[in-house]
Design a binder for this molecule. Structure first.
Ligand SMILES: [Fe+2]
Length: 483
């Protein structure tokens, strides 16, 4: 009888049964507190008093929340984009301006002149920022957007520093797509641990994009602070997108979104790829000029750019007018979240429609907790690897099983090996005879996401108890063996 010892008790795939999963979600359109209050069935005198109280409170609420007053005047802004030679985030007089860098006020897309300067006028009803489109081959040494004080119409000045980043000039690179982190007030989700796994990737992705529902309750300041605290471990730049939960119940969510993660729409370039973040929700986050901006932003992208959009809703469930605009502009692909399942398809309109499961719990489609490692290629194609989260160097010999008895001309070897960040490589199986003498080593071949396969010929083997070891490593960094 031939018996084989199972090398490790580790389990490869944790079949997450939708930990933290929510039932089909209802998006209840709540009215503002003030409106609900005014329409209660109360006596006329009481109503008058309460309305007066509400009116008295409005300016206070607007000031506290930082929401642009509807009567706010446009703000004149002088903007300088410069080469930050010493990369200190400060503009020194000898540091030259950079011409041809696009800057927006949320409607117009203007380019800096030969001195790196551009003047804009920002209407807070449209947009509360001056935002730079990060140019290919450069990276900001400080901020790429400037939030204006919309409680005043005083003129403002902003300086954006850029440093050369040749690693961001090519057309082939990887980036990470996550969606619906949806931090709630219980704050149990250890997002930082997931981000640490992404930090460990052998070939660093150039950015992470979170396509919305960053928090569960956009008006709750503590959720935003928890999110930023967890994301602070990221060694990879992070871009954010507006989701319906971020913009959830009142105008305070506008102020908090913009305070914590910046403008509701913007763009950036890497190589020939032009990435556009787009606010498809637009309930309280006022972006009335976004469609106009999108036309201008796309038109001024470098000639030949491949256009990719990040938004919260999948194209399949989005707004028809938005879809038509994307078609007209030649958008190649849209990455989204919201639905809590993985969708990798092409929309009938010809646009790639890619939606990710939420990483906090399993998906509605029973997908385990995952993120997407996306590759943009030189030829303009895009592909993905869906990576399971929090799986740390798991390896298991699944066949032959421990205590198994087998016979025949060969013994097939099946190994499952997986890690959230690293790729297992160079797996070999080592067979020892009943007296512990090494018999043979066979290389294993990878099949699919995690399965490795090989076989030993049993020709001339005596009956007895045999032992198998599997050796390999993860991205050539940490050597693993089991036996
Ligand atoms: Fe959502």
């Amino acid at each position: 009888m031939r018996r084989f010892l199972e090398p490790s008790p580790a389990v490869l795939y944790l079949p997450y049964i939708a930990h933290g999963q929510q039932p089909e979600m209802e998006y209840v359109m709540r009215e503002s507190t003030a409106r609900a209050f005014m329409f209660t069935g109360i006596g006329i005198s009481t109503m008058v008093i309460r309305i007066l109280v509400i009116l008295a409170l409005v300016p206070i609420v607007l000031v506290i929340s930082g929401i642009p007053g509807r009567a706010a005047e446009p703000i004149d802004v002088h903007c300088l984009v410069y080469l930050d030679e010493n990369e200190d985030g400060q503009h020194q007089p000898q540091e030259p301006g950079l011409p041809g860098v696009r800057v927006t006020n949320g409607v117009d897309v203007l380019s800096t002149d030969a001195m790196g300067s551009v003047d804009l006028q920002v209407d807070p009803d449209d947009y509360r920022f001056v935002t730079m489109t990060i140019s290919s081959g450069y990276w900001p040494t400080d901020a790429w957007y400037h939030r204006l004080d919309s409680t005043t119409s005083r003129a403002d000045t902003v300086r954006f520093g850029l440093r050369p980043a040749p690693e961001l000039s090519g057309n082939s690179f990887r980036w990470i797509h996550i969606a619906d982190t949806q931090i709630n007030s219980l704050m149990y989700y250890p997002l930082a641990a997931d981000i640490q796994a992404m930090n460990r990737l052998e070939l660093p992705p150039v950015f992470i994009v979170n396509t919305g529902d960053i928090v569960n309750d956009g008006h709750v300041r503590a959720e935003w602070e928890y999110y930023l605290d967890q994301m602070s471990v990221s060694e990879i730049p992070v871009f954010n997108v507006v989701g319906n939960h971020d913009d959830d119940s009142n105008e305070l969510s506008l102020a908090l979104y913009e305070e914590y993660v910046g403008p509701p729409y913007y763009s950036f370039d890497i190589g020939d790829w032009h990435f556009i973040t787009f606010n498809t929700w637009r309930r309280y986050i006022h972006t009335p000029s976004q469609a106009e901006w999108l036309d201008r932003d796309a038109a001024q992208a470098p000639p030949g750019s491949r256009l990719v959009v990040f938004e919260h809703f999948s194209l399949r469930y989005g707004f028809p007018e938005v879809l038509q605009q994307f078609v007209d502009l030649g958008i190649q692909a849209v990455f989204s979240g919201h639905h809590h399942f993985i969708n990798l398809s092409t929309h009938p309109a010809g646009i790639g429609d890619y939606s990710m499961v939420w990483p906090r719990g399993g998906g509605r489609d029973w997908t385990p907790r995952s993120y997407s490692l996306v590759s943009c290629h030189e030829d303009g194609s895009i592909d993905f690897e869906i990576k399971r989260l929090l799986i740390d160097h798991r390896t298991i010999l699944t066949s032959p099983a421990s205590e198994d008895a087998t016979c025949g001309p060969e013994v097939p070897i099946l190994v499952q090996a997986y890690d959230s960040a690293a790729a297992p490589v160079d797996l070999t199986a080592h067979m020892y005879d009943p007296s512990g003498i090494p018999l043979e080593v066979v290389p294993l071949s990878r099949e699919g996401i995690s399965l490795w396969r090989g076989a030993f010929s049993t020709d001339g083997w005596p009956t007895g108890e045999y032992r198998i070891e599997v050796h390999g490593n993860f991205d050539g960094v940490i050597t693993e063996s089991c036996g």
